[in-house]
Ligand binder design. Structure first.
Ligand SMILES: [Zn+2]
Length: 73
């Protein structure tokens, strides 16, 4: 595998070489699965890997038993 000089991007299109630099775009493009401009393959870079999982339901909130108030028996 050739060394990549600059992988400081969130997503890069292998087709048109367009890059996106925000984790939010990386999430959206992951769902899309292809470049919205040319339908090319997408490559996810360092910024995408470092993206905080902000929209995972319940991941950053209190444990369910605290939220739901389930009594300990
Ligand atoms: Zn493209």
């Amino acid at each position: 595998m050739p060394s990549v000089m600059s992988d400081h991007f969130a997503v890069r299109c292998r087709g048109c070489q367009f890059t996106w630099n925000t984790p939010a775009m990386a999430e959206g493009l992951k769902v899309l699965g292809a470049c919205p401009k040319c339908r090319g393959d997408l490559e996810f870079g360092a910024l995408a890997a470092a993206a905080p999982v902000a929209e995972a339901p319940g991941a950053t909130t209190a444990p369910p038993h605290l939220v739901l108030g389930i009594p300990r028996i």
